[in-house]
Design a protein around this ligand. Structure first.
Ligand code: SAM
Length: 374
């Protein structure tokens, strides 16, 4: 591209939040747009770069809320094997693609919201960056679970926090029978028309931030910096630890009926075909945790009357064809016998981890299929 073409694209793609050196004395931005230092994010990068693995050459890196891609390009310049930048706003993906063209660096960009991230949509990365992201989210826990799912080793978070001098201490408080810890977290009230990705929603106190990350399942959480109402946190996952196993009890399924009857004769053989997808953090094992059937995951169902009265809580089981990792999908044939008595019923399908839980108790959606028996 000629200098004139670059300058014209820079103008077209304004406003720029990231100042990226394009060479030849050209930078993506020359003045501050939102009160941030004009050289943003040069300041935080000084800390962030020290937190990345020294040798990135065999690492893959995902930058969530990548904006114009400053961090993604820096990671590539430091030799990362693969870098993917995702941002919920198309405008920033356009900026990233333009910078990629000018710099000639092999960084991928996709428009993806953090809520769309999972092992199926993007796979897993050794390192994930979530910088300047968390406080822009109305559903921070959901986003942290997705970040956990797509991260193999290391997640680095940079976020605005609740002003420390206004943050009450965490305290123990009885809730029901249990003494629980309550950690302050501020909700920011916005105008009703506020765009989620642009406004601030939750500002966690440091203790709340730590607790949220612990609850998500990270093994090590280190607050490496906390100043000027912002914090930088390093979160690590360790393979095979008990905390990982705790997080892996996150059983969530998405169930879709591919084929199945609506109206049937009493006592007839019924066959349903369902597509099941593992959309949680837990691996679904066909054998269970300890080799016995405890924890073995299969498809189950309940037979209810149309008025929700239970007829048969354990209305059959169908095995998974194989173990399913988060993001995996399988088709399952489910065979049962229709009720002997005519009437209107509901067959409610749910996954079950034997002697551990029905997935509905983990907030997973079930699939309800009305059934008329004649
Ligand atoms: C404050 S900027 C931070 C940009 C960059 N990560 C940094 O630290 O300089 C927040 C970025 O996150 C993106 N973002 C906000 N909400 C998002 C969401 N739900 N999913 C993906 N990206 C989001 C915004 O579009 C914006 O580019």
């Amino acid at each position: 591209m000629t200098r004139e073409e670059i300058l014209s694209e820079l103008k077209r793609l304004e406003p720029w939040f990231h100042r990226i050196n394009l060479g030849g004395g050209l930078f993506t931005k020359t003045e501050s747009v939102m009160g941030e230092p004009v050289d943003h994010p040069f300041g935080p990068w000084q800390t962030i770069q020290e937190l990345l693995p020294r040798d990135l050459s065999d690492k893959t890196l995902l930058d969530v809320g990548c904006n114009a891609g400053f961090y993604a390009f820096e990671a590539k310049l430091r030799g990362a094997r693969r870098v993917l930048g995702v941002d919920g706003q198309r405008q920033h993906v356009r900026q990233g693609l333009f910078v990629r063209k000018v710099l000639g660096l092999d960084v991928e960009f996709r428009r993806l919201n953090v809520y769309e991230l999972n092992a199926r949509t993007v796979g897993q990365f050794d390192v994930t960056l979530a910088l300047g992201l968390l406080y822009h989210l109305k559903h921070p826990i959901l986003a942290l679970e997705n970040l956990y799912q797509v991260t193999k080793e290391l997640l680095i978070i940079e976020t605005a926090i609740m002003p420390p001098e206004q943050t009450p201490e965490s305290f123990a408080h009885p809730l029901g029978e249990q003494q629980m810890f309550l950690h302050p977290l501020a909700f920011v009230e916005n105008p009703t028309q506020a765009k989620e990705q642009v406004f601030n929603w939750f500002l966690p106190g440091i203790d709340a931030l730590r607790a949220m990350l612990r609850t998500t399942g990270f093994d090590e959480i280190e607050v490496v910096e906390s100043k000027n109402e912002r914090a930088i946190v390093v979160c690590r996952k360790k393979k095979g630890t008990s905390r990982e196993n705790d997080a892996l009890k996150h059983f969530v399924a998405q169930l879709k009926l591919e084929a199945g009857p609506h109206t049937v004769s009493a006592s007839s053989e019924l066959s349903f075909r369902l597509r099941v997808e593992n959309v949680g953090l837990a691996r679904w094992s066909t054998a269970g945790d300890a080799g016995d059937e405890t924890g073995a995951v299969s498809l189950g169902s309940h037979l209810l009357r149309a008025d929700e009265e239970e007829v048969d809580w354990d209305y059959g089981r169908a095995a998974l064809p194989r173990d399913l990792e988060p993001g995996d999908t399988a088709d399952i044939e489910f065979r049962v016998r229709a009720p002997r008595t005519a009437g209107r019923y509901i067959v409610e399908f749910d996954m079950v981890a034997e002697h551990v839980t029905w997935f509905e108790d983990h907030g997973s959606g079930t699939l309800r299929q009305p059934l008329i028996v004649e």
